[in-house]
Design a binder for this molecule. Structure first.
Ligand SMILES: C[S@@+](CC[C@H](N)C(=O)[O-])C[C@H]1O[C@@H](n2cnc3c(N)ncnc32)[C@H](O)[C@@H]1O
Length: 260
């Protein structure tokens, strides 16, 4: 029988990351799961179906609007799945420990101190439990960043170039992920990267691309104090997509088990 709560096929970003997360996650009926940065419920709904009524999934997101949206999709279904508002970096110490912690497209939001945030989160994992987080790792859209950096340089936009460099240096890599999991004493550490090609046309299709606009392009705009200049710059960039396509993201999953 096919699942009633599969990962949505029409989601070009969350689903490919969630597929990698599910590839690593060892999930069984009756498991208890804390899903952080749960958003609209990818993959919380699917995991809730996997653990069944004997299990439990607590799905936490910092934005109330996301939680309300997920609850409205849920309706009366899967009552052992609970969506709650919360900051994954400051979860209440009274929260019951679980045997799985997951976070699809989460690790990039562990700022400013990713190691500390990861360490704090592990307090909620039972001995023998598994943590699996995914994020777009270093290398994601490098062809775009290289082109944008060169263009800034060519146009003498030095402050903007510096801001871009600062942003780029702050991104987490798969090596960081492995190192931190090992430093925290986890067993069976696995860190995997799968490439994902993102397709776009020029002009408005690029500038308003639902995936790029929502995060990555905004990061470029934020490098500019003068937003009019940013718009002119990005309009030019959007006409030259041949200079930075194909555009690849790196899907990264980090997984480990807390020793028994
Ligand atoms: C890219 S979305 C991923 C949502 C979902 N897991 C998915 O794969 O579709 C990232 C989510 O992280 C949430 N978020 C960001 N910072 C957070 C924090 N400190 N604590 C909890 N959620 C956070 C955002 O509100 C957003 O819904």
């Amino acid at each position: 029988m096919s699942p009633s709560w599969p990962l949505p096929e029409n989601d070009p970003w969350s689903t490919p990351f969630a597929q990698l997360l599910m590839h690593h996650l060892e999930l069984h009926p009756g498991d208890t799961v804390l899903d952080i940065a749960a958003g609209g419920g990818i993959p919380a709904f699917h995991m809730a179906e996997c653990v069944g009524p004997e299990g439990r999934v607590l799905a936490v997101d910092i934005h109330q609007a996301q939680v309300l949206r997920a609850k409205s999709v849920q309706g009366p279904h899967l009552p052992w799945l609970q969506f709650e508002v919360g900051d994954m970096r400051f979860l209440p110490p009274t929260l019951s420990p679980v045997n799985r912690i997951t976070g699809n497209l989460s690790f990039m939001f562990f700022r400013p101190n990713r190691f500390e945030a990861l360490k704090n989160l592990l307090r909620f994992l039972k001995p023998g439990g598994q943590i699996v987080l995914t994020f777009p790792s270093l290398g994601t859209f490098d062809s775009l960043w290289n082109y944008v950096g060169e263009e800034m340089q060519r146009r003498g936009l030095l402050k903007e170039r510096e801001a871009l460099n600062e942003y780029l240096q702050e991104r987490p890599s798969s090596d960081h992920a492995r190192q931190w999991l090992q430093e925290l004493g986890l067993d069976r550490v696995e860190v995997t990267e799968w490439p994902l090609e993102i397709f776009t046309g020029p002009g408005q299709e690029f500038l308003q691309h639902p995936l790029l606009r929502g995060g990555f392009l905004d990061d470029i705009y934020e490098c500019f104090e003068d937003q009019k200049l940013a718009h002119e710059f990005m309009a030019d960039v959007s006409q030259n997509i041949d200079c930075f396509t194909p555009l690849f993201a790196q899907r990264c999953a980090m997984s480990g088990f807390l020793p028994v």
